[in-house]
Design a protein. Sequence first.
Length: 409
Amino acid sequence: MRLFQGCAYRPYSGAMQTLDPGDPAALADEVASRFEQLHGRPPQAVVAAPGRVNLIGEHLDYNGGLCLPMALPHATYAAVAARDDDVVTVTSGQADDRFEGRLDALGPGDVSGWAAYAAGVLWAMREDGWDLTGCDVVVESRVPVGAGLSSSAAIECSVALGAVTLAGVEADGAVRSRLVRACMRAEAEVAGAPTGGMDQAVALFARAEAALLLDCRDWSMRQVPWAPAAAGLALLVVDTRASHALTDGGYGARRRDCEDAARRLGVELLRDVDDPQAALAELADDERVHQRVRHVFTELDRVRRTVELLDAGDMDGIGPLLTASHLSLRDDYEVSCEELDVVVETALDTGALGARMTGGGFGGSAIALVRADAVEDVAAAVSDAYDGRGWPAPGLLTAPPSAGARRLR
């Protein structure tokens, strides 16, 4: 078994260890020092934006539904400073190459690879009317890449908040809402991943000891109590190490199925459907689309029921809803994979209260709600299941709910 250490793994030593997200102040100092080494001057600001885990409400954001994400303590740190020209440079501790381009050439077709998530945000902000200057950016990430924990949104939101800081603007709620939209546009139009906005919203609005109930139809949000440690529970996150990418077509195909169904039903978003049963009957002639829409309707109901239980202080009660969500994603939405299914099944067999895949699917991560004193047993069982199949060791970490994007220095 291996556990995350930054973006690398270290061998499992026999006792459960969690990924140390690092001390934010110390990491801010480290990225500031690296910035000064690279650019010969200190940064004007260092900001951080977290990765996320979605507790429930998968593939509902682009359908105008409800989702319930929380921020991880693992974040991307960005050191930034303005330049006296219109050049943008971005350097990442997780990539060998440095990106350099001009402010007027950061849009679709101009930037590719990892830099699209960083430089593309500056393009989207300028399109939204922000008056930006050239800048140097250095990023360091503690969010595992490719694990379905929203490392891309963490990069986007850290760069966006850094740019706002350089502009001398206070990042209040209205500004953060603008940044959510800019980051969404960058990911969809520059990076080519048509995500629905959940990841960016939680990265910018999350609070510690809470999950964010996000209504993706009107973008209203509410902090929902979520402090599993106080209830003797833990949320175990397992990176399956299976390939995960939202730009390879599978994610977009499901989104198109939902959009086509909404048009057929005469609504803008599937969330706007008043009578789910009648809508499903109308779509019965297309089995694939019928299944996709059934997932959306049933998942929306599961989110509502989960929030009711959390508001009532019943954390144990959400376990079966998490598991039902996974079955729906596996069977109706068809975005799971063997590795995710093995994690869920093994966790449940070892006493987890509930388990499900999290994120867009096709690989990535799964979560399991477990008793705090059973984390070790569940982690060991998952590792053994992987070993028995000859698969690469999974990555494991526990996930206390954490704060959203913020300036550190």
